[in-house]
Design a protein around this ligand. Structure first.
Ligand SMILES: [Zn+2]
Length: 264
């Protein structure tokens, strides 16, 4: 029988407080936007790799923690993963990085947390804040199986928040969580046909040449665009000029467009 994995997306869409401060382009990201996107991608990776999955909070509302853990316990899942983004204080600050939690004293949870944490760190330049244990996190305490809670980056750090907003970082986290869970269970990771690393290429059919007077089609990966957008955000904060800020927003949206992302 295939292993059964409980996937927990942390919070509801409108859970109070769980969101970024106001971003330079004036939008706010709710934590659940990130958690839910990663949960959906992880679900697909795990099922493709032969696992069964149980989404313990499948709706937009904030399923109470007790219901989440009870659903996992009743279904006798083999492993519980809870996906989060971190926060420190209320405004922007320099605290950033990745943390992974397991229940105090649980050897299997610790083992799984260490494997998953190693994968999460592998793909990014984010600081390593370590594998930690907690006695009173409900989803770790009240689950009867090994359980791990990941904090993939800080919503209260601008660099981290821009990563949390990006499709490429969400995809990366989901893939790394899947790789870690596969390793913990000794199950080969199935990346799908073609390796699944170049998702952008299939969505952009070839342009017809010659039309539009030889206009060049410029393309950039979302990852590269977001790196440059991070510099623009820093410049945005460094100036008081409304004119300059408007221009930085315009340039950020140009970059989003050429990298296939929604302007904001
Ligand atoms: Zn959270």
């Amino acid at each position: 029988m295939a292993y059964l994995i409980a996937i927990d997306d942390g919070h509801g869409m409108s859970t109070a407080g769980k969101r970024t401060p106001r971003l330079p382009d004036s939008r706010v990201m709710k934590e659940n936007e990130f958690n839910r996107a990663v949960a959906a991608l992880l679900d697909a990776h795990l099922r493709r790799s032969g696992f069964r999955t149980l989404l313990v909070a499948p709706t937009d509302s904030d399923t109470p923690l007790r219901e989440r853990t009870r659903a996992a316990n009743n279904a006798k899942v083999d492993f519980y993963i809870s996906i989060h983004a971190n926060a420190y204080g209320n405004g922007w600050n320099s605290v950033r990085g990745i943390e992974t939690y397991h229940f105090t004293g649980g050897n299997e949870g610790r083992k799984a947390a260490e494997i998953i944490h190693r994968y999460l760190l592998g793909g990014t330049v984010l600081p390593n804040r370590g594998v930690k244990n907690r006695k009173n996190l409900a989803v770790l305490r009240d689950t009867l199986m090994p359980a791990v809670l990941v904090e993939c980056a800080f919503m209260t750090n601008l660099d981290d928040a821009l990563l949390l907003l990006s499709d490429s970082y969400r995809a990366e986290c989901a893939r790394e969580l899947a790789l870690g869970i596969c390793e913990y269970f000794g199950v080969p990771f199935n990346a799908g046909s073609g390796g699944g690393t170049d998702e952008a290429s299939e969505e952009n059919p070839e342009e017809e040449p010659g039309e539009g007077g030889g206009e060049e089609v410029i393309q950039m990966t979302a990852e590269d665009a977001n790196k440059i957008i991070r510099f623009l955000s820093a410049a945005y904060f460094a100036t008081d000029s409304a004119e300059a800020r408007k221009e930085f927003n315009r340039l950020a949206n140009e970059l989003r467009l050429v990298s296939g992302q929604e302007p904001q």
